[in-house]
Design a protein around this ligand. Sequence first.
Ligand code: UDP
Length: 234
Amino acid sequence: MNSLFLYEGKAKKVFQYTDNTVMIFFKDDATAGNRAKEAVFKGKGELNASISAKLFEHLHKYSIDTHFIELNGKREHHCHQLNIIPIEVVVRNRAAGTFSKRYSVETGTTLRNVVVEWCLKDDALADPPICDDAIVALGITDVVTLNNMRATSISVNNILTQLFRRVGLQLVDFKLEFGLNEEGKLLLADEICPDTMRLWNNQNESFDKDLFRNDSGDLLAGYRKVEELLINTL
Ligand code: UDP
């Protein structure tokens, strides 16, 4: 089937097919701090495509509806085309990253409840946090959809926390994106991989993009370990 180039982001390229599906190509590029830091890790695209495919397939077993159809080759996802809601949903189990900085909380502090945050997906504004009322006031989406996004994000957190616990990793936090299909149904979109989550072992060592953000170790080795653990478990 012929495809048409649609969009290139920081870590992915998207091509459109004629049947309301898209092909998402996972790049080797890594960026952090809204492009303040950039590098290329040969093989990262394949690892993220593989890990993300496994996680979407795992979520399907628990009836979480996602855009993912199948892995194409080694680094492409064939997915349903959606209208992406420009909100990044961040789910947190432990304090880290911007949460630690914003509230001056020590990294790793256990949170008494799961925290779900919304950020506006807008690179020019550096993805600012946004509250429910502002999202609805600006016409970004409605309250029912927001509630559905929140409930689904909490379910995803429960499922993935359990899965990673089984392989000896802690799911510290992660980012999700959602979209609506042509019938207006809400589906989980984008990717779920070590670029978009924090995963620590029991010594609180990172297996995710913090290896690059903080220059604290070998990014590809970390991502390979996550893939290997999932292959051996799923
Ligand atoms: N995250 C992401 N994309 C973003 C911002 C955050 O995938 O544009 C992920 C990030 O990898 C982490 C979680 O969301 O797992 C929480 O990130 P945080 O808000 O702490 O921001 P960051 O540390 O990326 O500045």
